[in-house]
Design a protein around this ligand. Structure first.
Ligand code: FAD
Ligand code: SF4
Length: 472
């Protein structure tokens, strides 16, 4: 039988339709498409795909279950290593991970591992009674020691899930009014549906006995020492993420109409500005929007602005297309939707009118010079090449730093120069006894799968620490 060289396409909303709604862009494989795609897997003796997976999912084994039509079994296989397959199947940069190493990618396209992961997770969510049985086998009620988790992003959720399975009494403290971290406030509905996927994963944790205290800012409400000394928590996992926006420090950043991507996306996703006036969250977009940056956050901001009614949206990025840090699929989707990429351009000033509102952005053209310490070619400004673009709104999406509050109220927990918590890569142990940390607060802004992987490592290390300390 001839080998099928390309991935089976996943149905998607038409770009002309989807730019007017916030519904999910990718629609997912049907059972038939999933089986056809699974049949492209060669079940290699040495499965190179696995070395690209940060949490070492047994990829050939789960794909084999799909071939046999055992979708529940496929999800159970994935869940041995990953807690959030419906989320990771949607947002993981598979092209740089498992799929990058898939043998089928040498001649033709790799197996669509991410799409298959998403398919089995969605199938199982829709057939919940069967899944419950699969999840229940993990649950234990042997252990009742209390563990606190600070932050409910993928790292905190994964840690909570694994500790709950081991029988610990787990409480997550979340500063915002909704759990999920970036999954809820950052990544837009059209990439990651909140009700159907994120909330369902969080509800599942609640069913497993995890308590989630929202509107609870640790560092203000309680300190880590309060949790350990006064509230009888025996261990704490800090998973507070990288939510502090970076700015460019150029003239005009304080004008009306300039947003950090955090504020822009939070207003839209968490505060539901896209459903105004049903939700009373205002958001100003105007006719023309410039988004500065080239990562996933920039793509999400640009595509959100388009859906909020902007007529023209620019991405302004100082390097070239090859260096864009965003996922390839997101760049392709943005292009299909008509986002105008202004590459090798860098803003030098945001221009305002006499009322203090944005009217334009001044940029300078760039070229690529020598490679820097990260191996990427450094962007260098071309003298006297400034030009102005008339815009009403500017969204700055050039990166985020660590949320600082927990560190500043825990002086005996070591941090590095950037303010990230220093923790052991394998055990997530910090310099403070009984306190563990992982995800973006340790690594700096990274990926969902790495944050989730750290949460799983921390759960294992916390279990070992508590067993040892309390001789269970
Ligand atoms: P977070 O998800 O940031 O969660 C931290 C949580 O801690 C937050 O809910 C915060 O409110 C809470 N918190 C902070 N301080 C306190 C406190 N003092 N007390 C209580 N709670 C506190 N990654 C991908 O893999 N693929 C993508 O496509 C992708 N797209 C992205 C798009 C956007 C817009 C953004 C912003 C990020 C994206 N990422 C993507 C990165 C990914 O989402 C993060 O790496 C991941 O969410 C980090 O998880 P975390 O659990 O460490 O932190
Ligand atoms: Fe299947 Fe590709 Fe992994 Fe081989 S490398 S087992 S073909 S997914």
């Amino acid at each position: 039988m001839a080998l099928v060289m390309e991935k089976y396409k996943m149905p998607e909303q038409d770009p002309k339709v989807r730019i007017h709604n916030f519904d999910e862009v990718a629609l997912g494989y049907t059972k038939e498409l999933a089986k056809l795609e699974a049949n492209r897997c060669l079940h290699c003796k040495v499965a190179h795909c696995r070395k690209g997976c940060p949490v070492d999912i047994d990829i050939p084994a789960f794909i084999d279950k799909i071939k046999q039509g055992d979708f529940i079994g496929a999800e159970a296989k994935i869940k041995e290593s990953s807690s959030l397959p419906a989320i990771c199947g949607r947002v993981c940069p598979q092209e740089n991970q498992c799929e990058k190493y898939c043998i089928r990618g040498i001649k033709g396209e790799p197996v669509a591992i991410g799409r298959l992961e998403r398919f089995v997770a969605d199938y199982c969510m829709e057939n919940t009674s069967e899944v419950k049985k699969a999840d229940e086998k993990f649950l234990s009620t042997e252990n009742k020691l209390k563990v606190a988790i600070i932050g409910s992003g993928p790292s905190g959720l994964a840690c909570a899930g694994d500790l709950a399975k081991l029988g610990y009494d787990v409480t997550i403290f979340e500063a915002l009014h909704t759990a999920g971290g970036v999954l809820s406030y950052g990544i837009p509905e059209f990439r990651l549906p909140k009700e159907k996927i994120v909330k369902a994963e969080i509800d599942n944790l609640r069913k497993m006995g995890v308590k989630i205290e929202v509107n609870s800012v640790i560092g203000k409400l309680f300190t880590i020492d309060d949790l350990l000394d006064e509230y009888d928590f025996k261990a704490v996992f800090v998973a507070t993420g990288a939510g502090l926006p970076h700015f460019m420090n150029i003239a005009g950043e304080n004008l009306n109409g300039v947003y950090s991507s955090n504020e822009f996306l939070t207003r839209c996703n968490l505060m539901k500005a896209y459903r105004f006036p049903e939700y009373a969250t205002p958001i100003k977009v105007g006719e023309t929007v410039a988004v500065v940056g080239g990562g996933n956050v920039a793509m999400d901001s640009a595509r959100t602005a388009l859906r909020l009614g902007a007529k023209h949206v620019y991405i302004i990025y100082r390097r070239s297309e090859a260096e864009l840090p965003a996922r390839q699929e997101e760049v392709e989707h943005a292009k299909e939707e008509g986002i105008d990429f202004r590459l090798l351009n860098n803003p030098v000033e945001i221009l305002g009118d006499d009322k203090g509102c944005v009217v334009g952005i001044r940029c300078i053209r760039m070229e690529l010079g020598e490679s820097d310490s990260t191996g990427r070619r450094r962007p260098v400004a071309i003298l006297n090449s400034e030009f102005d673009l008339p815009v009403d709104t500017v969204v700055i999406a050039i990166g985020q730093g660590p949320n600082p509050l927990v560190q500043s109220t825990t002086p005996d927990m070591q941090t590095n120069k950037k303010g990230n918590i220093i923790a052991d890569e394998e055990t997530c142990k910090t310099s403070k006894e009984g306190v563990f940390a992982g995800g973006d607060i340790v690594t700096g802004a990274a990926t969902v799968i790495l944050a989730m992987g750290a949460g799983k490592k921390a759960a294992k290390a916390i279990d070992e620490y508590l067993k040892d300390k309390y001789k269970k």
